[in-house]
Ligand binder design. Structure first.
Ligand code: PLP
Length: 349
């Protein structure tokens, strides 16, 4: 048994997956009387089950991301891959996982659903990576470490060299969530999955690619880990409309939109500190800004009345007094700035 195999739950290691009718048949299209589908296309032309391995779409993702198909998993959003990590590697009541705090809430929710003990490691000053504390919290039952870079909600990307040091020294699986990597000059570590067998990199079509509505997430990892994910996932986890839409959209890259969002992020980061009720704007490598203000609840409520919805993170440990503001279009950001000016005036009275 290799090092990664030893980390896998015993029931998963020996699992024989559901074999779909379409898995078995690899030839050219013929007369399909194997899957109990309707033979009639109906109004939508969706009478056939979708490809359970998403071969056509994966070929495009492979070309786009520069990794072989064997190293790619596609899921119903990143959330599916996060849940699969617990289900594949963690035995309830026995194993544990590590998260940094503050970070993305789904790591915690998925741990709760799967009844896995979670150890929360506070980030250091200015949301720096707590390398020593992570090592200290690790024991023989620690199977997963969730890292998010750029991190949500703090917005900062960690130093890639520091991340690699952690990955190389960690005895379990490191899940590196790069949902916002397209907005960061620090780039991606996905090519490193060929080097570190314990690294799983998550990316998504929900943010820079502008396709949150189709629910499509990617995981990049060692071929054995990808094989485990395919074994445990629902057989037809990506619907045909989602596969088709993504396949079409992947022809063009959203570089212009991403560049504009990054420009607007820097413009907002410049302008926001001028408001007297803004205490701090953290530097961001993502498409949002974490902003500490005088009275987060009051400002949140005011913006809501103006029809501007931001994320109130003021009750999250480590984010006291903070709002998380997503960067919008230039016009939307202008509306935000105008509303903030109105808020300032209303508070001078
Ligand atoms: C938005 C976000 C995702 C994306 O999740 P999907 O399920 O792919 O939409 C993943 N990770 C983080 C940290 C996020 O903020």
């Amino acid at each position: 048994m290799n090092e990664i195999e030893k980390l896998v739950r015993e029931n998963i290691r020996s699992l024989s997956p559901y074999s779909t009718a379409r898995d078995e048949y690899q030839g050219t299209p013929g007369v399909f009387l194997d899957a109990n589908e309707s033979p009639y296309p109906g109004a939508l032309g969706l009478n056939r089950y979708p490809d359970p391995r998403q071969k056509a779409l994966k070929a495009r993702v492979s070309a786009l991301k520069g990794l072989p198909v064997a190293n790619i998993f596609l899921g119903n959003g990143s959330d599916e891959a996060i849940d699969l990590m617990y289900r594949i590697f963690c035995t309830p009541g026995k194993d544990n996982a590590l998260v940094i705090a503050p970070s993305y809430g789904m790591y915690t929710v998925a741990a709760g659903i799967n009844d896995i003990q979670l150890r929360s490691i506070p980030l250091g000053p200015d949301f720096s990576l707590p390398e020593a504390a992570i090592r200290e919290a690790t024991d023989a039952y620690t199977k997963l470490l969730f890292l998010c870079s750029p991190n949500n909600p703090s917005g900062n990307a960690f130093d890639p060299a520091q991340l690699e040091r952690l990955i190389a020294g960690f005895p379990g699986i490191v899940v590196l969530d790069e949902a916002y990597a397209d907005f960061s000059a620090k780039g991606s570590l996905r090519a490193r999955v060929c080097q570190y067998r314990n690294l799983v990199v998550l990316q998504t079509f929900s943010k820079a690619f502008g396709m949150a509505g189709i629910r499509l997430g990617m995981a990049f990892a060692d071929a054995y880990v990808i094989e485990l994910m395919n074994r445990v996932k629902y057989p037809y986890n990506i619907s045909q409309p989602a596969q088709d839409a993504a396949w079409k959209a992947l022809g063009s890259t959203p570089e212009e939109e991403v560049a504009e969002i990054v420009r607007e992020r820097e413009r907002l980061a410049d302008r926001l500190p001028a408001f007297p009720f803004v205490h701090k704007v953290w530097p961001s490598d993502a498409n949002f800004l974490l902003v500490r203000v005088d009275d987060a609840d009051a400002l949140y409520g005011f913006l809501l009345e103006q029809g501007i919805i931001v994320r109130n993170r003021s009750r999250v440990k480590g984010c006291e007094g903070c709002l998380r503001i997503t960067v919008g279009t230039p016009a939307e950001n202008e509306k935000l700035l105008t509303s903030l000016a109105d808020y300032e005036k209303s508070h001078l009275r």
